[in-house]
Write a protein that binds this ligand. Sequence first.
Ligand SMILES: O=P(O)(O)OC[C@H]1O[C@H](O)[C@H](O)[C@@H](O)[C@@H]1O
Length: 617
Amino acid sequence: MLCAASVWQLCKPPSHVFLCQSDACIKNSSDKYHPQGSYFLRSNILSTKLVGKKVNTNIDSTYLLSRRPGTAMETRAAVSVGSESTLSQVVDFKKLQNGSDIRGVAVDGVEGEPVNLTEAVAEAIGAAFAAWLLDKKNADFSTKLRVSLGTDSRVSAKSIQSAVARGISGAGLDVIEYGMASTPAMFNSTLTVRDDLFCPVQGAIMITASHLPYNRNGLKFFTSDGGLGKKDITDILSRAEKIYHVMSNESTEAAAAVADKIVHSVDYMEQYTADLVDAVRKGAGGVERPLEGFHIVVDAGNGAGGFFAGRVLEPLGAVTTGSQFLDPDGMFPNHIPNPEDKKAMESITKAVLDQKADLGIIFDTDVDRAAAVDSSGKELNRNRLIALLAAIVLEQHPGTTIVTDSVTSDGLTTFIEQKLGGKHHRFKRGYKNVIDEGIRLNTVGEETHLAIETSGHGALKENHWLDDGAYLMVKLLIKLAAAKVSGEASGSKVLSDLIADLEDPAISSELRFKIDQSHPDIGSGGFKAYGEQVLDKLDQLVASDANLKKAPVNHEGIRVSGYGGWFLLRLSLHDPVLPLNIEGPSMEATKKLGEFVLSAVKEFGALDTSALQKYVA
Ligand SMILES: O=P(O)(O)OC[C@H]1O[C@H](O)[C@H](O)[C@@H](O)[C@@H]1O
């Protein structure tokens, strides 16, 4: 059978193989070689550098496996003999993209949510990432590339991890499995230098769907340059789709045999947690157990963050009694592991008060987001967490710019600029947008040390701009410990005092308007173009209302102040949704803002504004 067009192909001459990429190549070579003996390349893992090159090898079995030391050329390909994919499920790979992550349904059982992140899909994605990495690193056969894999606590974690490992190792790259880890730890593994842990790795993958329900899973990718962006993910998914189409049960079995031999397992969290412990000790003036005398309760929501109690806080001397949901449970039976979730925050607050603890710390499933609760039960999340971190960072770097997402409060701007003497750069929603903006500002001469979202994602320049919820908490711990060591204060009051002047909005609401994509009003531009029309209309009407004023600088959607409060209507980053955030000094004020928005958008039939109608009623 001939090789399929548009996938990487391997045509087999008698004693060597010829790598080619197009139909023309097959045709041109068919006289000389035997096209009937052509081989499909199971994955498009070969570097573009190899196209058209002859590779001396012996194909005497079904698979050409990777790494054959001592030969003139190490072949990184696993190939399956001329058969088309035997995988029957049709998968829309584009739908698996969620901004700069991959997300899908990995477990059956929820009505209307068919599985689209199967093991075969995950294997194809692993192979595609390997191909992307080989190209990115401009790797030739003498380069040894390693990829680390970690997971959160999801029920599908192990099977997806093994599938991704098969894809990568089948492509000839080394795989280091960490098992349960955290998203920031995975990025860290691209920076750590430690031979016994096979670090640094050149690529890292965290298998997680953050706080989403148990049936979902996903992948986040890193190199030492940071998290991959949207374009990279589109590229990886398009490679994965091609790979998927030439995969078969036999090729999976062969890749599994390679994986069995070359996948290593290590406890990388030992290194990552040691780094966190060191950071607190250093910040507290070199004291071995600077948290002695503190009682700190951790809530991991049955995600991957349970390590923080036993491997970070306890070695620093803190008591962690009453910590909850530290054991991983991918069904998340207690509450959603999400510091933005009301119930999750109520749960950790109750634990702090019940235990009479000094502080509570809560993480999302994969520990890239966090929030805290002080000893009085005051939630230190959203604007308050940003204010707190801004206060700490501005003590170290007076006048610096703090980058945040778009839904931050006006009170936060006043606090950062008037109280702390910093500059508030309110940017867009999306942690990657926020962090990238922080990095960009520094390159154009505007000094910034903190980029943070209300969601609890945050990154500091001093920590390689690593999006790390655990490191945000480390900054709070350093503040606590240093105040105690210097005799300045004890307990979490030192934190609450830092944000005593932050004005909290009396009312803060988020309403999300769904756009019905099957509505006849949705034109060829789809929901995005439709959403833009809604925003344009709103924009026009603002000018005609004397009570309202458009924000002079705004990077996303339409932000307007009025009645002592503000609203922001914007397009969701991922969904056919227009989220509306409203804040104000009273319900009366926020209702007035809501009424205005409703009057502007009510003519848009594809928009579900029922939540707003209820809100203003
Ligand atoms: O635009 P939205 O639908 O509100 O979603 C925005 C949010 O999406 C994800 O959860 C990202 O992790 C966040 O960084 C981002 O802020």
